[in-house]
Ligand binder design. Structure first.
Ligand SMILES: [Zn+2]
Length: 94
């Protein structure tokens, strides 16, 4: 362990993961966080995940959009089915 070798590693930029090896688990945590059911540690974990994991980032935004759409439907009963279908089809592209 020389100072030179460790400093070159630190200079590397943080690159977001393109693939999540633990996506099912990530999405469970994300859903809990959106539902307000996650513990502070879990929320922190989700926050870090969103910062460095692309699939989790996309999944979070989709989950949020779905929740907002459902919320609108409950309140106004007027969300077009096409919007719901559109969001659902995006999920399968993840
Ligand atoms: Zn992830």
């Amino acid at each position: 362990m020389t100072p030179e070798s460790s400093s070159s590693a630190e200079a590397e930029k943080v690159v977001k993961k393109e693939h999540c090896e633990n996506h099912a688990n990530c999405m469970k945590l994300i859903q809990m966080a959106l539902d307000g059911e996650a513990s502070p540690e879990e929320l922190e974990h989700v926050r870090q995940n969103l910062g460095n994991c692309l699939p989790c980032n996309r999944g979070y935004n989709l989950e949020k959009a779905i929740k907002q759409a459902l919320q609108l439907r409950v309140e106004q009963k007027a969300v077009p089915q096409s919007l719901v279908d559109c969001i659902k089809s995006k999920i399968h592209e993840l």
